[in-house]
Design a protein around this ligand. Sequence first.
Ligand code: NAD
Ligand code: ZN
Length: 340
Amino acid sequence: MKALLKLKPEKGLWLQDVPLPTIQDDEVLIKIKTIALCGTDLHIYRWDGWAQKHIETPLIIGHEFMGEIAAIGKRVTHLSVGERVSGEGHITCGHCRNCREGQQHLCPNTIGIGIQRNGAFAEYLALPARNVIPIPPALSDDVATILDPLGNAVHTALKFDLVGEDVLITGAGPIGLMATAIAKQIGAKNIVVTDLNDYRLKLAKDFGATKTINIQDLSLTQILSALGKSFDFTVGLEMSGHIFAYQLMLESLSYGAHLALLGIPEQELSLDFNKIIFKGLTLKGIYGRKMFETWDKMIHLLESGLKISHVITHHFKAKAFEQAFAKIGSGEAGKIILSW
Ligand code: NAD
Ligand code: ZN
């Protein structure tokens, strides 16, 4: 089969023939139809500091996908060949305290597909059956391909009650954009989105942002004055991983506000803890998606009218992966989908 590999510890990816994966008795083989690119894939492509620390080559990359079940292991009874599926890319141990207590998303022994074991950017993927998510007919192939990042947005946005609240979202990447749509759908009062990319802020408006602010070249004081006194930010969703966004959150959130942190900072941050203490803020780190509550909730949100398909801005054939990575690297894109 064909697969996109990180073959060598240097910049780039290699499209090559590799052996078909074999499946264990409790796994299924999925014939991949489409995959979506994620920031993690870009880190691996560029071979930056994060990738050098976390990736061992050779590795098939990719963890956002949809496809069809091609074969099932001997012990799999609840799935059948031909079913349209996506799946959770975090494979948990099943025996640690968190796994046993129904908190699999907090398993310290998690193995990520496309990171610690071969991923989905291939014609076939082997995945434990318990990680497989059947796709209801109402969901398009495109939307089914981006359930993984939608799950990040849903997990973050549902952490705190947004109904009737003023919400500040820092970062209008695909996840920030989908979080904007979710906040709008579930009844947030005002949604303000910041970024330094006008292309993405325009998309944030389309997704229902009340106001967008391009923070490029603005000081914290200038942003606070652009926000004015008309908002009472009781909830913050941090979706950029940038120090400046954290500082803005601590300055602009109201006393007693809640802050959900999804964005991943590239280095250690130095923050004014006095702001957290004296404002009585609640901070919650968010990792991945809840297994499998978030999957159920996001599928229900989609079935009940949540529209996120316009976060997908580009489609490429797998062999044009270099063009796709150039596009995602330019910032002039939402989600990018590749097909075999
Ligand atoms: P992305 O990189 O496409 O989007 C981040 C956006 O933040 C970009 O549009 C960028 O222009 C913007 N930005 C940069 N600095 C900013 C600032 N100071 N203020 C406001 N915006 C700023 O990423 P994404 O795929 O949308 O993911 C969002 C974040 O979530 C990333 O940091 C990603 O690494 C992280 N992430 C975390 C998890 C998790 O499990 N915790 C999972 C997936 C992604
Ligand atoms: Zn575990």
